[in-house]
Design a protein around this ligand. Structure first.
Ligand SMILES: [Zn+2]
Length: 69
């Protein structure tokens, strides 16, 4: 499974929700961020746009092999 944020392969335990996975490194970064930090908006924006893309792809065509939503 590929990390939603950094696109690296997630090894071992990752944060999994809504069919996407975030690696421990990115999870730690996310958890350490608080609203108001510039990086926070960056992450939230990235996640939101990726989720939107994923939802759109899900509606438009069938899931590829191994994909889960
Ligand atoms: Zn990551």
């Amino acid at each position: 499974m590929e990390c939603l944020v950094c696109r690296d392969l997630v090894q071992g335990e990752g944060l999994e929700f809504w069919g996407v996975t975030i690696c421990q490194r990115c999870e730690g970064r996310l958890m350490g961020l608080t609203a108001g930090q510039p990086e926070y908006d960056l992450y939230v924006g990235a996640l939101r746009s990726m989720w939107e893309q994923r939802l759109r792809a899900f509606r438009d065509r069938r899931l590829k092999d191994g994909d889960q939503l």
